[in-house]
Design a protein around this ligand. Structure first.
Ligand code: ADP
Length: 485
């Protein structure tokens, strides 16, 4: 059978119809409600203790750190009070041996060290002044409040939040596995490591990156509307939205400001429909899950986010490479795939290559060819090979974009805001939504196909990139937290 036909056979496996989308939305609405009523449900629906959104007038200098996936970021944020901010940031890859380990201590020591280096590099005057004064303090004298940096800790894994600056880890995701840390307060783990280095830093807020995205979007939103939802499509995927407090039926411990009647809820939608009653499933999804660190968990995330799309694509393409009757990546029946090719390794195909495939509009797909040769060590792929790669990868991402519209659509419908005259604003962040060509357009098109939204409703929805959500958003939440003290 011709390669192009075989490629189309694979493409068809990734069909996800509008009917499927609508069914998914209804199920998501049901799981949202269930998660607000009790613990231990598919959607965790975690109350975040954040009870208001910023309006752009907030001011001050704050620190923020972000542990969320591939990188650790440290930044300081100067909020201007006029919807603008100045951000100084550094980023370092997290060493793999700290991500999967017996003890979390080396990981948190590493994080604290990065904070110290950041202060020395970017706020050395403040830091040195603090060191000098600390030398003169007796043990009972306290450091002055103005000498302390308040830090928002963006920690993008499922946590049971117990206060604005306290939360215990429920489980690791996205390739992390340090069982000893599960059940521990991650703010305390970070604060202890910071205190060991005697840094003038207080961990004031525990922030999920989606909540940070929501806050950032509200601070910077062009029309001054508060965003109703912040969503991430990066290494992982998740969303946090503004919920009415009276709809949160499960107990919310501790103290928080009840006057707004609102609370931001972190859905943890990565685990939507782990039972696979509604999610699409191909042999490649099954294999990816089986070979992952957390089989049976984060089933929605495994079909949507950057960490997994390249791998789904790799497994689908391998099917075509391994079939002797098909000529994908073969020259005169000789394979052109080098033994050390990423195509032969788990996680060996980065989702960024899917963007390259979608970006290349040339007839000979020369840019894609160069990238496949360089990134995957597959030499002299034919035009047919390149087209098969392009079509299969586009199908994997198209399904992901349509799936992304499921929680977004459900949350928009649930908010009731489509019935008002206002724009329904949504902030998004993450490399997939930022860099994959037309990802947002595909999501918007799918939203228009949802019953109760339609073309007219979709016109009222605005999805805007909220960059640096984990930095600016964490700073905004650290500010809110210090006001509550
Ligand atoms: P994080 O979620 O870790 O904070 P990012 O938002 O940058 O960071 O997401 C990183 C993920 O996005 C990785 O899984 C990577 O494979 C994927 N990615 C990076 N660049 C692109 C791109 N251009 N197109 C699609 N996916 C990308």
């Amino acid at each position: 059978m011709a390669l192009s036909e075989e490629a189309q056979r694979i493409v068809a496996k990734f069909d996800y119809t509008n009917e499927d989308v609508n069914e998914g939305v209804q199920e998501f609405l049901r799981q949202m409600k269930e998660g607000l009523e009790k613990d231990g449900t598919s959607l965790s629906q975690i109350p975040t203790y954040v009870t208001s959104a910023p309006n752009g007038t907030e001011k001050g200098l704050y620190l923020a750190v972000d542990l969320g996936g591939t990188n650790f970021r440290v930044c300081s944020v100067l909020l201007g009070g006029d919807s603008t901010f100045n951000l100084t940031a550094t980023k370092v890859a997290i060493p793999k041996d700290l991500m999967v380990a017996e003890s979390s201590k080396p990981l948190f020591q590493f994080l604290a060290k990065q904070v110290e280096e950041f202060l020395r590099t970017h706020h050395d005057d403040h830091f040195q002044a603090y060191i000098q004064r600390r030398k003169t303090l007796s043990s009972i004298e306290r450091v002055r409040e103005e000498e302390i940096f308040h830090l928002g800790f963006t920690f993008s894994f499922p946590v049971q939040q117990l206060a604005i600056n306290k939360g215990t880890l429920i489980r690791w995701t996205k390739g992390f596995d340090i069982p000893e840390a599960v059940g521990k307060d991650v703010c305390k783990l970070l604060q202890d490591a910071i205190d060991d280095l005697h840094l003038p830093v207080k961990v004031s807020a525990l922030v999920n990156d989606t909540v940070g995205t929501l806050m950032t979007r509200s601070y910077t939103s062009p029309g001054k509307e508060s965003a109703i939802l912040g969503a991430i499509f990066g290494t992982g995927t998740n969303g946090a939205y503004i919920e009415k407090m009276d709809k949160i039926k499960k107990p919310v411990q501790g103290s928080y400001d009840k006057s707004t009647g609102l609370m931001v809820v972190n859905t943890e939608w990565g685990s939507f429909d782990n039972q696979l009653n509604h999610l699409p499933d191909t042999p490649y999804d099954t294999q990816l899950d089986k070979e992952s660190l957390n089989p049976g968990l984060q089933m929605y995330e495994k079909r949507v986010s950057g960490m997994f799309l390249g791998e789904i694509c790799r497994l689908a393409l391998l099917d075509l490479v391994k079939d002797p009757a098909i000529s994908l990546f073969k020259n005169d029946s000789q394979t052109t795939v080098a033994e050390e090719s990423g195509l032969n390794k788990q996680w060996g195909l980065d989702s960024a290559l899917l963007s390259t495939a979608a970006e290349d509009e040339s007839e000979d797909l020369s840019k894609l060819k160069a990238s496949i040769e360089k990134e995957l060590k597959i030499f002299a792929p034919s035009l047919e090979d390149l087209k098969a790669f392009r079509d299969v990868s586009a199908a994997v991402v198209r399904r992901a974009a349509k799936l992304s519209a499921v929680p977004i659509g459900a949350i928009v419908l649930d908010s009731g805001n489509l019935e008002t005259d206002e724009i329904v604003d949504i902030g998004v962040d993450g490399s997939l939504v930022e860099y994959y060509p037309k990802f947002r357009d595909m999501v918007m098109e799918t939203l228009a196909s949802i019953e109760g939204i339609g073309e007219a409703g979709a016109k009222k929805i605005r999805i805007g990139i909220a960059k640096d959500g984990s930095g600016v958003g964490a700073a905004l939440i650290a500010l809110v937290a210090t006001r509550m003290e």
